[in-house]
Write a protein that binds this ligand. Sequence first.
Ligand code: P53
Length: 476
Amino acid sequence: AKDNREFPADFLWGGAVAAHQLEGGYQEGGKGLSIADLFTLGDKDHPRTITAKIEDDHYYPNHQAIDFYHRYPEDIKLFAEMGFKCFRTSIAWSRIFPNGDEEEPNEAGLKFYDDLFDECLKYDIQPVVTLSHFEIPLHLVQEYGGWRDRRLIEFFVRFADVCFRRYNNKVKYWMTFNEINNQTNFEAAGHLYTNSGIISQSGEDREKLMYQAAHYELVASAQAVKLGHSIDPKMQIGSMIAMCPIYPLTSKPEDILFTQRAMQTRYWFSDVHANGYYPQWLLNFFDKKNFDLDITTADLAQLKEGTVDYIGFSYYMSFTTEYPGHEDFNEAHDLVANPYVKASEWGWQIDPTGLRYALNWFTDRYHLPLFVVENGLGAVDQLTEDHKVHDDYRIKYMHDHILQMKKAVLDDGVDLMGYTPWGCIDLVSAGTGEMSKRYGFIYVDEDDYGRGSLDRYRKDSFYWYQNVINTNGAEL
Ligand code: P53
């Protein structure tokens, strides 16, 4: 049966991107290098590598990306044509502080985002801004070892302070650290690097490094939230969590118990963001591991004073686990395939029902407003000779997810601020560096090596999403 109900009147429909994945202009306007600028091209079966410096025999997709740095007026006009109420992007930290540890910001970088936000506001599109989205200034990695160093807190908070003051009259919605909990999988080389700028030496305990870095990030986040509210109490500052709900493979009690620990292990980050303190099971875990982390009493007080206003989260897929014979969940080893869902071409398990589950789960746990700030299908698209893309698979994915979101909002009473599907214009994949893993409503003519006209074309999903927004979700 059709569900013709509408979303709440002030619902923020939009789209999401991140600076390093679309801007390009990696050395323009005084920008310093960021960790994204040393990330090579990979694919589904070959992880991206991190080179120590820029080398001639590698291709670095983020250097050019889709050249949004120069083309954003054209792109924002297309977002306005779809009817966007908001647009989520990030501020490249190294445009504002090229090295990350300067006292004074780079005016040309600040000016770029002033112009970009003005362009959005011209069409009544509210900017939704992530402060740190996998783009730490490279100097902070080379000089300080990234977030393994406590001094990063001060550098980040200075960056947040400059952004809050400069853009407060243009930006109401903020998030501190993108998908801070991706590093739960501390064994994957990519996540500790993108989240925390950490490259480990052999023999180092990556698990301990992860918990230390995450602690500093959570303290930095709390300080930023407190500061933002002191600048303007109306500022809405959220967390940003990668939500992949973890299901038990069976109803065996040991599978249920282990799944609970798996969820605790993946989502303690938002516990700290929302509650302002560490869950006791995790403190016990640190003791058991003899981690001896640098967590001070002053830190714990600051966590309490800077709890978030809302939970922003991405949703692409769900995970499944079963009891492996030991108590502690290790994401690199303890996930199993879910026999009831199909995976995308890149192996992500597509599960629209899981989005409704996630919305209810977050509501029960935190009783805070929620914001779905990423969702979407990475797929190969074909541009036809007459410049069309018939992406019915993407429309189906979006339809099924928005329908579940609608039930969560209208039937379950979840307080949902908005929905910004990922990569509303095709951009560089974070995981693989490919252009061919596309999410957009707007096709960008560019291949994995940056070749192409970079012209933009409206896909079938563009017109579909335009109608969804236009009917406020009544017609999906
Ligand atoms: P790509 C892993 C799992 C879930 C979301 O991802 C993830 C990742 C990291 O790859 O990242 C988020 O481009 C992230 C975006 C990213 C998007 O999901 O690998 O916030 O930067 O582009 C999609 O297909």
